[in-house]
Design a protein. Structure first.
Length: 454
C-alpha cells in the first residue's frame, strides 16, 4: 500500500530522474484541483521554501472560469491580484497514473501571511481546530458513486452530452458479471489509488446502469478531504487514459439513479483511541453521540448548501430512490437522511444527503459545525425513526432547490458564527449567481416541449 512521501525521499527521486514534475494544487470552491505543474528541481529550490502565487479570481469564478461580479474577496476593481499557495509537506505523495509525477496540497494565504478564509481547506481547518480545542479528533470516510461510460468525454460533449452510452445496459448493484467486464478500469483505479496513499476498501456495482461505487478507507478529516478530491480527479484521468468517461454529477439523467457521497463521521478523544460516540459501559450510543447527532438534525437544513452545492444536486432527492428526502435518523435504515451503523469503535453516523458533486471540505466543515453546536447546546437527537421515511409527512424535508438552500445558509446564525460572515457571503453569492445562470438558460427539455407545439 502506498504511503505519503517524505521530502527527503522526493529529493532522491528527483535527483535520480524518477520524478520530474510536482503538481502544486489546492481545492477551489467547487472541490476541483487547481494549481500548477512545477519542475522537480524548481519545486525543491523555490516552492518548498517560498511557495507560489496564483490569481485570487480562482476562488471567485464559475464552472466556466468566468470571473463573477459582486464578490467581496476580489474583483476587477481590486485588480484580481494574487494569493500565496503554501505547500503542505504532510500531503506529499506520488501520483502513479501520471508518469514521473508527485503532488502536494497547498494552503492559501494573503501576502501578510493570513489565511484566505474563503478557501475550502481553511474553512475545514477552522472547524477541525474548534473540535481539537474541545478535546475531539474527528474522523471521516467517503463513499463516492459515479457513472462509467463506453465513450470519451470528447465524444459525449461533441453531441452536447446527449444520450451517453453507460458501461452496462442494466442496473448492476452488487453484480459480479458486469463489473468483471469493467474490471480493467476499476481495478486500475483501486490499485493506483492505494499506490498514491489513498487506500481503498472495495468497489462494487451500484443501483444504475454503468454506476460504480468505490469506498475509501476512513481517515483524519483533513486527510480524508484531500484524498477525496485527489481521488475524483484521478478517476477522471485514469478513465480518460482508457478512452472512457465518468461523471460525478448528482443526477446525470432523470431516468437514472443519482450519485451520492455517503459521508461517514465518528469522533474520538484527544488520544485518537476512544470513539466518543460509544458508551463502552452501557454498550450503546453515548450522550455525546446524541448531542452531536442532535446538532446535525437541528442545523443541517441551514447548512444544506454545503452538502448540495449545484442546481443539479436537488434533482437527486426523489422518493424510493435511495437518496433521502427527509431529515431523520435511524439505525441501518436507508430511507432516512442519517443512517447510524456499526458498534464499539466502528459506531458512526452516515449522512446520506450529500451528492457526489459536493465539495468534501465544505461538507466535512458543515458536519463538524453542526455537531459541535449540538454538543455545546446540549441538543438531543430524539428517538430513531422506524419505517419508510419517504412516506412520512411529519419530519422535515430537505430543501427543495439551490435557491432555498442559499436563503437558509445566508440567514443562518450558526453559519456566520462557525465560518465567519465573509465565508457566508462568499458562498451564498456564488450559489445565487449559479442559480441565475441556470434560470437564464434555455434547456433541451424546453425545446422538446415547446419548439413546435406551443
Amino acid at each position: 500500500m502506498g504511503k505519503l512521501l517524505q521530502l527527503e525521499t522526493l529529493q532522491r527521486l528527483i535527483k535520480d530522474g524518477r520524478i520530474d514534475t510536482v503538481l502544486v494544487v489546492f481545492p477551489d470552491h467547487l472541490g476541483r484541483l487547481i494549481g500548477k505543474r512545477v519542475t522537480g528541481v524548481f519545486f525543491l529550490e523555490e516552492i518548498v521554501p517560498s511557495g507560489m502565487h496564483a490569481c485570487d479570481y480562482l476562488l471567485a469564478a464559475d464552472m466556466e472560469m468566468e470571473p463573477l461580479p459582486g464578490m467581496e474577496m476580489t474583483s476587477w476593481e481590486k485588480g484580481y491580484g494574487d494569493f500565496h499557495a503554501v505547500a503542505d509537506m504532510d500531503t506529499l505523495r506520488l501520483i502513479p497514473w501520471l508518469e514521473g509525477t508527485a503532488l502536494v496540497m497547498s494552503d492559501l494565504e494573503w501576502g501578510h501571511n493570513s489565511p484566505v478564509t474563503q478557501s475550502p481547506r481553511a474553512i475545514l481547518k477552522r472547524q477541525i481546530e474548534r473540535a481539537r480545542q474541545a478535546g475531539i479528533i474527528s474522523m471521516m470516510g467517503s463513499e463516492l458513486e459515479f457513472y462509467l461510460f463506453d465513450e470519451t468525454q470528447e465524444e459525449i460533449s461533441g453531441r452536447n452530452f446527449y444520450a451517453p452510452k453507460p458501461a452496462s445496459g442494466y442496473i448492476i448493484d452488487y453484480h459480479i458479471l458486469q463489473t468483471s467486464r469493467d474490471e480493467p478500469i476499476i481495478r486500475e483505479i483501486r490499485n493506483q489509488m492505494s499506490a498514491a496513499g489513498i487506500p481503498v476498501e472495495f468497489s462494487k456495482g451500484e443501483w444504475g446502469k454503468g454506476q460504480h461505487e468505490i469506498n475509501l478507507v476512513y481517515a483524519d478529516t483533513l486527510e480524508m478531504a484531500d484524498r477525496h478530491v485527489i481521488y475524483k480527479n484521478g478517476v477522471k484521468e485514469i478513465a480518460s487514459a482508457q478512452n472512457r468517461a465518468v461523471t460525478f454529477m448528482a443526477k446525470y439523467d432523470e431516468r437514472a439513479a443519482g450519485s451520492s457521497f455517503h459521508l461517514h463521521t465518528s469522533i474520538f478523544d484527544k488520544t485518537g483511541k476512544r470513539n466518543l460516540f460509544w458508551d463502552n459501559k452501557k454498550k450503546k450510543e453515548s450522550a455525546t453521540f446524541r448531542q452531536f447527532l442532535g446538532g446535525l438534525l437541528h442545523y443541517c437544513r441551514e447548512l444544506f448548501l454545503l452538502f448540495a452545492p449545484t442546481v443539479n444536486s436537488y434533482k437527486r432527492y426523489q422518493a424510493a430512490s435511495f437518496a433521502p428526502t427527509r431529515i431523520a435518523w435511524a439505525y441501518d435504515n436507508r430511507t432516512t437522511g442519517f443512517r447510524v451503523i456499526g458498534n464499539g469503535q466502528s459506531f458512526r453516523i452516515e449522512n446520506r444527503m450529500p451528492g457526489a458533486d459536493a465539495n468534501p471540505y465544505l461538507a466535512f466543515a458543515a458536519t463538524l459545525a453542526a455537531g459541535l453546536a449540538g454538543i455545546e447546546e446540549g441538543l438531543d437527537c430524539g428517538d430513531p425513526f422506524t419505517g419508510d421515511a419517504y412516506r412520512s409527512q411529519d419530519i422535515p424535508r430537505v430543501p427543495s432547490s439551490l435557491q432555498r438552500a442559499t436563503d437558509l445558509f445566508r440567514e443562518s446564525r450558526l453559519a456566520e458564527k462557525a465560518f465567519g460572515a465573509d465565508v457566508v457571503k462568499h458562498y451564498a453569492r456564488m450559489a445565487e449567481l449559479e442559480q441565475k445562470s441556470f434560470e437564464a438558460s434555455v434547456t433541451d427539455w424546453e425545446r422538446r416541449r415547446y419548439f413546435e407545439r406551443i
